[in-house]
Design a protein around this ligand. Sequence first.
Ligand code: F6R
Length: 258
Amino acid sequence: MIVNKGRNKKEKKIFAPKAMVFAKSQDVDCHTALILIRQIRKKPDSILTLPTGVTPIGLYQKLTEAFEQGLDFKRLKIFNLDEYWPIRKDNSSSYASYMLNNLIKKTNLKKENWQIPNGEAGDPYQEAERYDFLLKNTQPVDIAVVGIGPEKTCHIGFNEKGSTLDSRTRYVFLSGETRRANAVFFNNPEEVPKGAITQGIANILEAEKILLMAKGEVKAWGVKRALKGLINSDAPASFLRCHQNVIFILDKKAAVFL
Ligand code: F6R
C-alpha cells in the first residue's frame, strides 16, 4: 500500500490493529493497566510513553492501586507524549501537574526517571530538539499509551491534521477544536495555550507496542477513521496502522461505528 507521507509517497507495510471492545469504560482502564502491570513485573526498568487527558485518569488510579499492593515503580522510566507551551509547571492545568498529581506523587516513581517537555522553556523549538534527543538516546520505548482527539481531530499526542508519518518531537499550534475540547481543564477557555510540544508520529511508532485508549461517542468517528479510513495526514491516528503491534482498547460507545 502507498502511504501519503506529505509530499513524498513511500511504500509501507500496513497492519490491522487488534480492537478490544469493553462494555464499560472502567474495563478500558483495567485492561490497559493489566498490560502495563505485566510489563513492569516482567521488566522493572521498562520505558513507557504516557498520555494525559480525561481518558487515562482511571488507568492512573489502577496503577496507583497496583503500587499500593506492592508493584515497584522505582526503575520505571516515563516519557510524556506532550506538554502545552507556554505554561508554568505549577499551573494546575499543565500536563506536568497532571502527571505529578495522578501518578508520580502517588507511587515510588523517581522524578529523575520521568521526562516531560518543559512548558517553561524560553525557546519551544530548542526544547523540542532537546526532548527528541533524549528520547532517541533512551530508546526503545517498550509501550506507548496514547489517547485520540475528539470528534474529527483524530490526533494522537498533539499531532494535529497535517502531521506526517516521519514527524518527530516539535513545537505545534493547537487547532481550534483541540483548544475548545481541552478548555475543560482551564478556568477560562482563553487560558488554553495556543501551542504545545509533542512527540511526533515517528517517535510514537518507534515504541515496541502501542495501546490506544478511547471512551465515549465523542471518539467513535475518530476510531473508525483511524482503523478503516485512508492512512494519511487528515487523520494522524490512522498512521498507527503502519505499526505491527497496536491494540485499540475501546468502550462500546467509542466502537459504535466499527
Ligand atoms: C494528551 C494527548 C492527547 C489526548 C487526546 C484525548 O497527552 O496527547 O492526544 O490523549 O486529546 O484527550 P482526552 O482523553 O481528554 O479525551
